[in-house]
Design a protein around this ligand. Structure first.
Ligand SMILES: Nc1nc2c(ncn2[C@@H]2O[C@H](COP(=O)(O)OP(=O)(O)OP(=O)(O)O)[C@@H](O)[C@H]2O)c(=O)[nH]1
Ligand code: SF4
Ligand code: SF4
Length: 307
């Protein structure tokens, strides 16, 4: 099904918890919502029903996120329930601290690949950014995940003024271990964070010039992917980027059971857990969520078909 802006629905990002073992100063608290009610803790089989319904509207890829998804001790059961013949890929985004411990079990449960956040290899700076994190654990987790085949593994590098000097080291690391590098533009959530904003277009231009090949990821916000000396580098530039939003094919589920039409909005959620627990058909709730979708950064070429 397409939304009012002609955008298809292909991927479903499900937050399985709003809790995290780290406290990054820039955290979006993506899993966080108005409702902090334990009764709305979603069970593995409930994720299964919700994801199965989403496949009727075009979803073929599931991204599991948090908070930190690996703090749920039933994470493997969640993955087993989400598996469906129509779902072509299940991936998970993690801070990597518990990855070494879980990698093999996740793979056995049916997870295809992981994205790991890594803003620096420097232990001191890593701790400064994450408050409690030990970067050694993350590095070991990444290596283990590659060993067990949770690949292609992506490293998420959030480009900020305070870590941009670390980018060459991260590039070298990714090249050595065969990971894909995602360079993500930082979205300052408040005035105080604006000093960390770093415009990644200069780096993108440099990389574009050096690259051997450029690929556009259709259905993934039309993101550009560059290949430089065997290293794949992808740029994620959501800030004020109307093209990014125009090609957005994602819906989300909050950790407490609301369908979320857009990452950056909390005012248009659709409760799907209550109807699920009342034994209702969930399709009308998905239709409502899809109808509420709007590109956050609008582009004047986009036409609202209802107008
Ligand atoms: N604004 C916006 N940003 C997004 C969206 N999806 C992902 N991002 C950004 O991209 C970052 C990386 O997301 P990941 O969860 O690692 O996965 P992904 O890159 O979206 O997906 P894959 O490349 O397919 O693994 C997030 O931290 C967000 O900053 C989206 O729909 N809207
Ligand atoms: S690891 Fe992710 S969820 Fe946890 S605090 Fe950092 S940004 Fe937030
Ligand atoms: S900001 Fe909203 S509309 Fe834009 S890409 Fe992200 S989720 Fe999609």
């Amino acid at each position: 099904m397409k939304d009012r802006y002609g955008r298809e629905i292909r991927s479903f990002r499900i937050s399985v918890t709003n809790k995290c073992n780290l406290q990054c100063f820039y955290c979006h608290k993506e899993g966080h919502n108005l409702d902090n009610n334990n009764n709305r803790y979603i069970k593995p089989e409930e994720f299964g029903v919700i994801v199965k319904t989403s496949t009727k509207f075009g979803v073929r890829k599931v991204k599991i996120s948090g908070g930190e998804p690996l703090i749920r001790n039933d994470i493997c059961e969640i993955i087993e329930n989400v598996k469906d013949k129509k779902i072509k890929e299940i991936s998970l985004t993690t801070n990597g601290i518990f990855l070494e411990k879980y990698a093999e079990k996740l793979k056995d449960a049916g997870l295809n690949r992981v994205n790991v956040s890594l803003d620096t290899l420097n232990p001191k700076l890593y701790k400064e950014i994450t408050k409690f994190g030990d970067v050694e654990k993350v590095i070991n987790g990444i290596k283990k995940a590659i060993d067990v085949g949770l690949t292609p593994l992506k490293i998420n590098f959030l480009a900020m003024t305070l870590n941009i000097k670390n980018l060459p080291d991260i590039m070298k690391f990714c090249r050595n271990i065969g990971a894909i590098l995602q360079i993500i533009e930082f979205i300052p959530l408040n005035e105080e964070l604006k000093k960390y904003y770093y415009d990644i277009s200069t780096i993108e231009n440099e990389i574009k010039e050096k690259s051997d090949k450029v690929i556009t990821r259709k259905f993934m916000h039309n993101r550009k992917k560059y290949i430089v000396d065997n290293l794949e580098i992808e740029f994620v530039r959501p800030m004020d980027n109307s093209e990014f939003c125009m090609h957005c094919t994602r819906i989300r589920l909050t950790h407490d059971g609301y369908l979320k039409p857009c990452l950056l909005r909390d005012d248009n959620l659709v409760d799907v857990l209550t109807p699920l627990r009342n034994g209702e058909n969930l399709e009308p709730y998905f239709i409502e969520c899809i109808n509420r979708r709007e590109p956050y950064f609008k582009f004047n070429k986009l036409k609202n078909k209802n107008k």
